[in-house]
Design a protein around this ligand. Structure first.
Ligand code: ARG
Length: 474
């Protein structure tokens, strides 16, 4: 006979292959602390609503706390026979305190239990992710401050276009990561809500106090509809979608850094501590970190597709398919957090080849647009100015010289309105300054935004960790 917690109606033991196939303990053990936290609050609610005596609640809570400490100390071996983290912990509890353990699952199902665990897990990971995002933004802001006066080519179509400050390039990524932060922050109310009390699908005949548990666990609210509470994972998809955009932004940055560190560009090089070598070519120094960041973007997108597809055909309410939400979610959380964590030191130690960048700005007629604008300021229609400068560029390409190397007479042969002030208009630093009068303001505003997001994160972090400390799991 079987000794499963649900074995009552069965006459045969489970086939070992089925046990292996259906078990989730090999990965959902990551929810252990959240499962125990949820059970501690649930036991409190059962007592508060008259379903557990004070003594029973005490026994259960003390047993759960002992198990939590054993798990934290690495002293617990979970078993696939008990399928998942919920039943493993219930089994451990019954071994620890005896029959009183059997009362814990009153007015609860694993369906609302697992949904609760995932909400608790994700809100913690969301805060860690916001923290790391703002740290990477701070690193990029530091680079922007250091490189405030360095001019580099700005590109369109990967062709040199106009001179820009290197600071502006870094700030573009600060702004992107800022929107990524905002996306995570705006999903908070949907992550921080409690599904507990939904039980299997429609509640139970007990009158449970859902708000009691929500308040104990510092949730902002509860799910109103019980079928919805146990069967949706939209909050998981929302996180993975936000993570996909984070990785997309990091992947673009990675691609640029791979190019910029090539010998062809030679704009930057990674510190030796953040580069890797080749097993055969002794001279090689490879940008593996950012290549992997670019590569790992693929698995995060894969997780997004997996989750959207997982949910699309499921009838209400809970289906076992939903167990497949965990591996993609855990993998995304790890991938994004590891990537952000390693990019912070890899970027703060990046070496910049200022001279090469300067040289690159001087080649390729990056001041041509400013030259056309010079003529426009003299009353020439833009289209005409564009054509004149285009002809001048073609002439210079043939002569193999720069626009500023033409004499005034040569310029006037293209258009009589040129005066000697044209040389100031062609000055690369002058152009970069004129185009970027708002750059310092932009830097300050982004700095302020990062600080505000860090403040938000610290405030939520304090509330969440208070809950763990209160229940002895801090
Ligand atoms: N391990 C399951 C999961 O992750 C827990 C819920 C199981 N519920 C059930 N009715 N079998 O989804």
């Amino acid at each position: 006979m079987t000794n499963k917690l649900w074995s009552g109606r069965f006459t045969k033991p489970t086939h070992p292959g089925v046990e292996q196939y259906t078990a989730s303990i090999t990965f959902d053990h990551a929810l252990a602390m959240e499962d125990i936290l949820g059970s501690l609050a649930h036991a409190g609610m059962l007592h508060h609503s008259g379903m557990l005596s004070a003594q029973e609640q005490n026994e259960i809570s003390q047993g759960l706390t002992r198990i939590a400490h054993k798990i934290q100390a690495g002293e617990v071996a979970f078993s696939t026979q008990d399928e998942d983290i919920h039943m493993n912990i219930e089994r451990l509890l019954s071994e620890d305190i005896g029959p009183a353990a059997g009362k814990l699952h009153t007015a609860r199902s694993r369906n609302d239990q697992v949904a609760l665990d995932v909400h608790l897990y994700l809100r913690k990971q969301l805060l860690v992710t916001v923290d790391l995002l703002t740290q990477l933004q701070t690193t990029l802001l530091q680079l922007a401050r250091e490189h405030r006066q360095i001019i580099v080519p700005g590109y369109t179509h990967l062709q040199r276009a106009q001179p820009i400050y290197l600071a502006k390039h870094w700030l573009a990524y600060v702004a992107m990561l800022g929107r990524d932060c905002a996306r995570l922050i705006s999903s908070w109310p949907r992550v921080n809500q409690s599904p507990l009390g939904a039980a299997a699908l429609t509640g139970t005949t007990f009158s449970v106090d859902k708000h009691y548990v929500a308040k104990e666990l510092a949730f902002d609210g509860i799910y109103l509809n019980s079928l919805d509470a146990v069967s949706d994972r939209d909050f998981v998809i929302e996180f993975i979608a936000a993570a996909s955009l984070i990785m997309m932004h990091l992947s673009r940055l990675s691609e640029e850094l791979v190019m910029w560190s090539s010998q062809e560009f030679n704009f930057v090089h990674f510190d030796d501590a953040f580069s890797t070598g080749s097993s055969i070519m002794p001279q090689k120094k490879n940008p593996d970190v950012v290549e992997l960041g670019r590569g790992k973007t693929a698995r995060v997108y894969g997780a997004l597709m997996a989750m959207l597809t997982l949910l699309k055909g499921l009838p209400l309410a809970y289906n076992k398919d939903l167990q497949e939400d965990k591996e993609p979610l855990f993998d995304v959380v790890n991938t994004v957090q590891q990537t952000l964590s390693i990019y912070i030191p890899a970027l703060s130690t990046l070496h910049i080849n200022v001279d090469v960048m300067r040289q690159a700005v001087q080649e390729g007629y990056l001041n041509a647009t400013a030259l056309a604008e010079y003529l426009v300021k003299k009353g020439v229609p833009f289209r005409k100015a564009h054509e004149v400068v285009g002809k001048m560029v073609a002439h210079c390409v043939q002569k193999q010289c720069r626009l500023e190397e033409l004499t005034l007479a040569e310029m006037q042969a293209f258009f009589p309105e040129f005066t000697k002030e044209v040389y100031a208009a062609l000055d690369l630093d002058g152009i970069a300054t004129a185009c970027n009068q708002e750059l310092d303001k932009e830097l300050l505003m982004l700095e302020r935004e990062v600080k505000a997001n860090q403040g938000w994160m610290a405030e939520k972090q304090a509330v969440v960790s208070k809950v763990y400390v209160k229940y002895g799991l801090g």
